[in-house]
Ligand binder design. Sequence first.
Ligand code: AGP
Length: 608
Amino acid sequence: MCGIAGYIGEQPAGALLLNAIRQLEYRGYDSVGIATIHGGTLHVRKGVGKVSDVNAALRFAEMAGTLGISHTRWSTHGKPCQENAHPFVDERQEFALVHNGIIENYLELKEKLRKEGVSFSSETDSEVIVHLIARNYRHQHESERRSIKEAVLKTLQELQGAYAFCVLHQASQEIIAVRNGSPLVIGLGERENFLASDVSALIQHTKRVIYVNDFELARVTKDAVELFSFHGEKHPLHVKDIKWDLEQAQKQGYKHFMLKEIFEQPEVIAESLRTPHSAFAPFVPLSFASEPSTFTTQSARRYKHITIVACGTASYAGLLGKYLLERISGIPAVNEIASEFRYRDPLLENNSLVIAISQSGETADTLAAIRLAKEKGARTLGIINVVDSTIAREVADVLYTRAGPEIGVASTKAFTAQLVTLYQLAFALAGKKSDLPFDIIENVKKTLALNEHIKQLAQKYYHSQNFLYIGRNTNFPLALEGALKLKEISYIHAEAYPAGELKHGPIALVSEEMPTIAICPQDAVYQKTLSNIEEIKARNGKVIAIGTEGDTTLQKLCDDVIFVPKVDEIFYPLVLAIPLQLFAYHIADIKECDVDQPRNLAKSVTVE
Ligand code: AGP
């Protein structure tokens, strides 16, 4: 996810847009740029790095003009570099554009434009948009008064994917902005107007906003705002007065970044599902890295053994990935805690594929594990969230997750993004197109709607000193993740076990004072897990089950139940993770713990 902003009015645009992208830096920070118009000429400054570093070199505030757009990037296509930084301009340098989202059909559009003689300066999908708009603008009949809005509307008919973008033309005192799947809000001022990916970038100027809806185009001048459908029909303006202060706006009204990131997961899954299929299709380089690789899903099948190395939450995604890879692609897979793997002198051959999973891409143990794997001749692949991080640069190929920057120390949306990528990889290695159904997004949203119910359960159980988490098959890695979430933000002791292991010792712990979270959807191991719950109930243990909606058996048996929507069995992990995250979050919040920055923890463990 990236951050975009726009300004049109009577103040110096450079300084104002610099502040706007400072507020949006949580959305992405690997490259930054601003375009302004002054004296009928476009001025563009952009560079690689965080806003403060790039600004120190380029001094955005000194840019002339009272009209402009700005961008802070979270790379999805092409590595962070000067050429790939936004804003993009057309060949005649008349248009400038900033974009947040993914253009799925950018490769074919790029090819079509190249055949029309267009040359590109970047590897990105975004640059395609500005060239299409410029081409459509110039193709307008001379008789028609040339209109940027009409050129953009024509362009929209050609784009597939999710996007929010702002575009301006050197000779026009207006900004055209579009929303389809990525957020965009307009701030209304006096003889000035603002645009941004979210309210935090404009709230210090105005609290009167218009949320642009999907499939809407906005035409913004300093005195007026108009909204249109993608077919040009005028839409009414719904002005809202927001009540937030700046800090609340940065969290978009959520109390903590962690809660905001839990609720961002539908958007994260949607972005991940929009991953260009080329990245996973057979016979196509299996990598988002800018350098095309020889590693394809077809070549990957020659690896007879997969080892996943990771730490913490990423290792629980990895353990779940083991189940998925074996079940879907039929390739044997093991999951190893990186800090153990690196000192175990593991047996690897050159037909081993070692996959590192890491949100930060900087975890010392995972980095060391990958270096060891390379020494032993294994092929390495990364599933990484931070583009161009150390691990991303050291593996032979990398699949970037699309979670955007994760601020909360406790990983939530990054975990889900890792799972989506593991599903896609498993389907790709099986030679299948990714079968992840888009309705999983609706089911995740339905599960998020259980928030209040889960908060009530947290209020009922937050005084407990210990919790047991149990699950079988893919529900066991989820039990591990649920227990970790609770431990790391509420400081309550929680242990996870394979449900079948209870009778081998842990059931001695069961008592009224030690609640058990039992992950028990109606899947292949449902009956077995139900028996484990009965064993606990027979010993007066309290059980909070997470099960499939409508399961009256579970309802009767357990003290409390959180029902998730019924989904295709193999996709249950994507909805089951949500209650585990929310339960831990609310208990920690009720206990007034520092949810976003828990004691003793760091977001990236770069030491052993
Ligand atoms: C997750 O909630 C924890 N903060 C921690 O376990 C984390 O997952 C682990 O340190 C691995 O980090 P990485 O994904 O950046 O490699």
